[in-house]
Design a protein around this ligand. Sequence first.
Ligand code: HEM
Length: 499
Amino acid sequence: RAFARQGVRGPPYRFLAGSLPEAKQLLLAGRIGVAPLDAGCHDIMPILLPQFHKWVADYGRTFLFWIGPIPAVFSTDLQLIKQVLTDRTGLYQKDFMIPVLKFLFGNGVILINGDDWKRHRKVVLPAFNHEKIKSMSAVTAEVTKQMMQQWREQIDQSGGEEAAEIDMILAFNDLTSKINGRVAFGTSHEDVEEVIVLMREMQKLATAATLDAPILWYLPTRRNLHVRRLNKQLRSKIMSIMQARLAAKGANDNSGGGAGCGDDLLGLLLEAWTPQRRGSAAAETLTADEVIDECKTFFAAGQETTATLLVWAMFLLAVHPHWQDKVRDELLREFPAGDTAAGEAPTADVLAQLKLLHMVLLETSRLYPPIVYIQRRAAMDVVLGDIKVPKGTVISIPIAMLHRDKEIWGADADEFNPMRFEHGATKAAKDPKALLSFSLGPRVCTGQSFGIVEVQVVMAMILRKFSFSLSPKYVHKPKYLLSLTPKRGMPLIVKKLDG
Ligand code: HEM
């Protein structure tokens, strides 16, 4: 009633269930029996978030709905959303409601708040500096080379067709699992491969849980028990990787302290954990559990998002072959195949010259943002714009809908037009902060630069050697679980360009 008095309307409240039954009904009605879209149509909101699409039409840009008994303010008003995301005083906090997500990320930087978040972020940020990203892109290139070799073999076995149908979802999830797994946990320990498999399994379970009724999140269902078992296994494997790294580097010897644990994320985290540092009460120490959680977070936050960005970028280039040609021409000009070995990695200087590729990536992240939707929770009574919002209210931020606001992005907001990014992300729309794919403000994605470089390296390498077109089997009906995903995979016809 307090919201109604302020003119904020919304779907009716049902005792304890809130708006969830109506949301579910609209979601099903918007998907089942509804024909897939034409692959060239990027106006996907009516089938991706049909409930919000309808409620915006019925109740306006900002409305109230109920996640069970919890009130949620949903808004496509960019000014309100910027107020929430750029707040530095802790008024709007992260609060992930699905318990499985807590197992997936632990108390990693993505979930926590307040002073703990500041402490973790300080330890983690140096893992993304320029030099570290360079070595991560070397790992990216090496793993991409192996994937390209597999593609060649698949094509060679396809009976002289010079082309094969490859599901980009499977290929890129496999690729980024290997890259992010190696970057997060190193390469030297025998358990790393197993940790990657366990993390992927955990991601699948978390994804499945997003479809459950909230009551099931808290019951000892088979899935929830399985998650607990997996988590135990994961923690013990990651712990043994940590111990081995410390032993190998002699981190506990008198001279070395924590230094020399390795130059990667795990090395940095271990430096913040090693017992000598913990004794010193330095502000940037982490507990062993927190180190494990940060490794998990790095993998879980970075793997699927990066794979998803790659999948949709390749989809868009397959659907818009004119752009695929333009990007390839730029690549061959700036990164000539010449006498370089197949699959050689582009340097940072080359990447800086690949302007069209970068524009395509920004446009992909606008139209098909891997994270479609984020939320915050009011830590106290707040005034959002001119709306009084009580403590505990969820603020729903539909990134993908905000990215299609015609008032901000122009009349062609639903169309693929990388040229809008010709003068950079801040000049592409009426508001310089309109692109929210990596969020903004203090809790902006820490892996943004790495994610972008990773995708650029992979695309530069594969587009130079292969062409891509859409398989007739593709069904254009994107859905949103933990990330934005096609209904039945992303089969593309991959053709060798160099015979
Ligand atoms: C390339 C595709 C990526 C996209 C589209 C993406 C998107 C996002 C978004 C939207 C958020 C904000 C989430 C929220 O506020 O609830 C976020 C946060 C985060 N991302 Fe990414 N991300 C990507 C890649 C990565 C990578 C590669 C990593 C790490 C290796 C990473 C690590 C994180 C972390 C740790 C946070 C939490 C930051 C904080 O709360 O302080 N992300 N990301």
